[in-house]
Design a protein around this ligand. Sequence first.
Ligand code: ZN
Length: 190
Amino acid sequence: MKIITTPDPRLREKSEKVGKITPEILDVIAKMRQLSLDWEKDHPYELSAAMAAPQMGVLKRIIIIRDDMEDKKNASFTALIDPVVIKAEGKIKKDYEGCLSVPTIYGMVPRATKVRVKAKLEDGTEVRIKATDELARTLLHEIDHLNGILFIDHIRDDKDAFYEMSDSGDLVPVDYDKKIKNNQKLWGEE
Ligand SMILES: [Zn+2]
């Protein structure tokens, strides 16, 4: 298994509910953790904060979230199964997002700053999470993946919202007309 990238059509599908947590599901989660850490080894300036199962071509409603998004040495992730956004509230704020499935492109994406999410943990425990700021943004980004939505969709017509990473790890504005607007590889359209 590997991380799939645009324009792979599987990134645009709606994933299925998991329901019962079987050994196969736990195996999917283990592979997600492994792939996230493998990706990070090849990306020295970035931290692999989270991932959704469809990003490795498994169309199931599972996401993993890094327990400490600041510390690359902390390699633990919490898996959330069948996560549902109960409420998105607070202010709408723009901040940078990137995605393992959208190579090299970053965006300033508007998101709600507060969310309430319910989900199941790997052991079947039901949890309710109240998240703000970066964690809220990450949850919304990952749950979008389960519905076939990518962060770039939220900023499609905003020509000033797109960035790319330079060789030295800085985010610099990208030429929207040349590299974004009609880039079929990015949008996955004929
Ligand atoms: Zn993503």
